[in-house]
Design a protein around this ligand. Sequence first.
Ligand code: PLP
Length: 433
Amino acid sequence: MAASMSTVATLRATFHHRHLSSSTHVASFPTTVSLPSTTTNAVTAKPMFISCNSAAATAPVQAPPPSSISSDRVFNFAAGPATLPENVLRKAQAELVNWRGSGMSVMEMSHRGKEFLSIVQKAESDLRDLLGIPDDYAVLFLQGGATTQFSAVPLNLCSPDDAADFIVTGSWGDKAYKEAGKYCKPNLIWTGKSEKYTQIPSFDDLEQNPNARYLHICANETIHGVEFKNYPTPKNNSGVLVADMSSNFCSKPVDVSKFGIIYAGAQKNVGPSGVTIVIIRRDLIGNATESTPVMLDYKIHADNNSLYNTPPCYGIYMCGLVFEDLQSQGGLGEVEKKNKKKAEVLYEAIDGSNGFYRCPVEKPVRSLMNVPFTLAETPLEAEFIKEAASEKMVQLKGHRSVGGMRASIYNAMPLAGVEKLVAFMKDFQARHA
Ligand SMILES: Cc1ncc(COP(=O)(O)O)c(C=O)c1O
């Protein structure tokens, strides 16, 4: 190991590469993963033996504090799968091989064993706590992504001749609308397509079908960066509001009782891909059309507490760790404050750039999660993305359908990441304006 490296750097490098070499000196220190102290879940792993050939290396080495970012991690602005809290990843790392003394990894557990049951039950109860989910709502941990819900929702709420209303504020809402056409009679009551999906309509002007079984929205359009700040009410008293919340799930408090169904893929704000969360008012369960595939029938999953077949066990476990982390931050009210701050810093930089950077979305409906922006000089965009990546800020390319850039700043993106991006933007402008 290079003599010029500092002791700490030496230790860190050794730690990261998990060497157990035959070097002369062996330092031992407990890898106490200091986690947010929500509950009983702080994990104290067994002492880990780290080999090191520096005699000075006996000094105690602290595990990184929960909010710190390791120097070998990038700021990942991907739209999903997306960045996860580093302390959550470290906790999962510490528990990977032997989950809390069970002698096995969560990946190896029976989904019907007591260990996994405790994991899924705690994940559900923590999510209920975070979102204040009323008792008359079921929480389902499913598979198939939010895309599968585009068909599951009409199959469970409609007969083939039933109407459903759609407000389409971006590509995801449009996909949900088109898929519903296979199973019911969807009406496009508003679309922002002609304005390139930069707006949300005024609810008073909407011409809702009074018989629509549901009114569908995509609460946050991940590609276009358009977010509902409040929600429309279905005109049909027995109809319900259904929201795809994939990209702003758990980013702020939500009054769940306003919705019949909320669904979300986990891979933006609350975990890895492979888990889809459905929150559904219980009286809507049990009405699936006869030909509904068993895996799309909410009743099957609700009756079996999400364990009808083998669920995405490890993904659910990861979501549970994220829920604990959100609780330890003080809940979704506190999380929202942080998200607002990050978005404000980034939008201010865009709007204050004298047109060098532009965000096309109307200000009141700009997303706190996904910030699309372009450069007045389009050919410079590739250079911007390349230079940012060389500064360890990655995945800033806009979606292929819209181009430009997009910074996804989900819950797990620290303010420091946004500040670094803004500093880079200013520097880039100074060099290229
Ligand atoms: C808002 C929204 N809805 C639906 C989807 C589709 O999700 P999945 O890939 O999990 O099916 C995405 C994916 O990015 C999304 O952002």
